[in-house]
Design a protein around this ligand. Structure first.
Ligand SMILES: *[C@@H]1O[C@H](CO)[C@@H](O)[C@H](O)[C@H]1NC(C)=O
Ligand SMILES: *[C@@H]1O[C@H](CO)[C@@H](O)[C@H](O)[C@H]1NC(C)=O
Ligand SMILES: *[C@@H]1O[C@H](CO)[C@@H](O)[C@H](O)[C@H]1NC(C)=O
Length: 475
């Protein structure tokens, strides 16, 4: 009986989806339906999902039209901008769902006085930077050319310029948004200011953004690159990273990260806003450690640096991101990594799996800038810098997905328990690095969460996006 009911329900939902897709066939040209975009998704888990149909709108009005049709027919949907979120269902959806693919909305234009870049959500950061470079301008965006604009800016966003200017989302001056009922609104400090505030941590809760107005800043040459090291230097490197953070934490010009995991070697990436480091000693202790290879160089462009980073992240593999934050502590970082080696011991040496802790200090200067911008994460700069951690893993079909995922979950669990025990815990869950079982909104101050809920109530009183748009993170 239950089975019969389920199959009736399945049949009904398939009917709904075919109505929805037929409705699109009547409304749009074939060139906007089921378009295959190369590397539409970063991870195999996202690419392997098949929706009923994909529709590529070319304007905010068309996004509104698609959203209205979809919600009227009660059909679930996903929205893809860059498709970089690794988990299955973040920006794709199984039948009977449909995908609203923003890939055709990918332009970047400058305002008349060049103080703002109007960026459409389906662009990747690479083409955004390419468009602004001839003007000697840059915006706070991804540290990867292939990351999409939309997802990145709806969860905060960390840029090389963040140490001075806060999260990338703190530098969005305005949004054009299609609300759940198909109304197109502007949100900025004067129009819909509450919605403007909420969009900085909007994820998939308030509407579909069809334009971001990003503050432009003068671009500069950079110094930076990646060094690799023998594992025997892990503790020294963690200590040097903390020393770097202490020295650079107020300046806002420098970034550094430590990537350590299953590989024989570990890596440090360093970046400075400025063509060389002749006038700063913040990197000294990091650069003192004996290394095995080195690409750090003077007078490079942002693109030079990003191409190098992107080469480290192959697309099309199974992929998982998880996150944890804690008070910087070198011994804890090394113990955390050692715990990873222990948990992954049964898979040690398997060439089809790479797992890595990407440790990035979030300096006091960034937290202060975010605080000044009334950022919804609400992290206080008074408690000092925070060690943001992205635990990522890439693997092939030969491994058991559940096995890898449960080992990663166990490792994060160890980190949570142990950081608590050592008095280092920080409950921040950075949305852009979270896995679907994590609850980034539960990590923000209660008053901010309530404010976000109030905004949601005002823009989507019937909770349409809550029920029909399962991707992303919900308040
Ligand atoms: C925008 O997307 C179209 C279609 O996929 C592509 O041909 C074009 O190169 C893209 N433009 C930019 C600036 O990325
Ligand atoms: C790393 O350092 C250890 C200890 O000094 C040494 O035994 C090992 O050979 C080194 N590994 C490589 C790949 O150089
Ligand atoms: C759409 O929703 C917004 C926010 O709730 C509301 O202000 C607007 O009046 C609605 N528009 C229509 C046509 O119902």
């Amino acid at each position: 009986m239950v089975r019969k009911l389920q199959s009736v329900a399945t049949l009904l939902s398939l009917l709904v989806s075919s109505w929805t897709c037929n409705a699109f066939r009547n409304q749009f040209q074939a060139a906007q339906l089921d378009v295959t975009i190369p590397n539409a998704y970063f991870s195999a888990d996202e690419s392997n999902i098949t929706p009923s149909c994909r529709i590529n709108p070319t304007s905010a009005e068309e996004v509104a039209q698609v959203l209205t049709t979809t919600t009227q027919l009660g059909c679930q949907f996903a929205v893809r901008s860059g498709g970089h979120m690794p988990w299955a269902g973040a920006a794709n959806i199984e039948q009977p769902g449909v995908v609203i693919d923003l890939g055709f909305l990918n332009s970047t234009t400058l305002s008349a006085d060049k103080s703002l870049a109007h960026v459409q959500p389906g662009s990747r950061w690479g083409p955004v930077y390419d468009t602004l470079a001839p003007e000697d301008l840059v915006v706070l965006g991804g540290r990867s050319r292939s990351v999409g604009v939309g997802g990145f800016l709806l969860g905060g966003g960390i840029s090389f310029y963040s140490p001075a200017d806060g999260f990338a989302s703190n530098n969005v001056m305005g949004y054009q948004i299609v609300l759940a009922n198909g109304t197109i609104v502007e949100a900025n400090s004067e129009e819909n200011p509450d919605l403007f505030w909420a969009m900085r941590l909007g994820s998939t809760n308030f509407g579909i953004v069809t334009r971001y107005d990003l503050k432009t800043i003068p671009s500069t040459k950079l110094w930076g690159g990646i060094r690799s090291y023998n594992r025997s230097h892990a503790l020294e490197a963690a200590q040097a990273l903390l020393d770097f953070d202490q020295k650079s934490g107020q300046l806002g010009l420098d970034s550094a990260g430590l990537d350590i995991g299953s590989s024989d070697e570990f890596f440090i990436n360093v970046d400075h806003i400025g063509a060389n480091i002749d006038d700063t000693d913040v990197f000294d202790s990091l650069l003192d450690i004996p290394f095995t290879s080195d690409t750090t160089r003077e007078d490079v462009t942002l693109n030079n640096i990003l191409e190098e980073i992107d080469a480290l992240f192959p697309s099309g593999r199974h992929l998982s991101f998880r996150t944890i934050a804690f008070k910087p502590d070198a011994q804890f970082m090394v113990d955390f990594w050692q715990q990873g080696l222990k948990i992954f011991e049964p898979l040690q040496g398997n060439p089809d799996l790479t797992w890595t802790f990407a440790f990035t200090p979030v300096p006091v200067s960034l937290l202060k800038a975010a605080e000044q911008a009334d950022d919804p994460y609400g992290i206080s700069a008074d408690d000092g810098s925070v060690m943001l951690t992205n635990l990522n893993a890439f693997w092939g079909d030969s491994l058991d997905e559940n096995d890898v995922q449960s080992k990663l979950a166990e490792l994060i669990e160890w980190g949570n328990t142990e950081s608590q025990a050592r008095g280092l815990a920080n409950k921040w869950i950075y949305l852009n690095y979270a896995s679907p079982d994590m609850k980034p909104y539960e990590s923000i101050p209660e008053a901010n969460l309530q404010r976000l809920k109030d905004v949601r109530q005002s823009v989507d009183p019937d909770s349409v996006l809550q029920s029909l748009w399962p991707g992303g993170f919900k308040i």
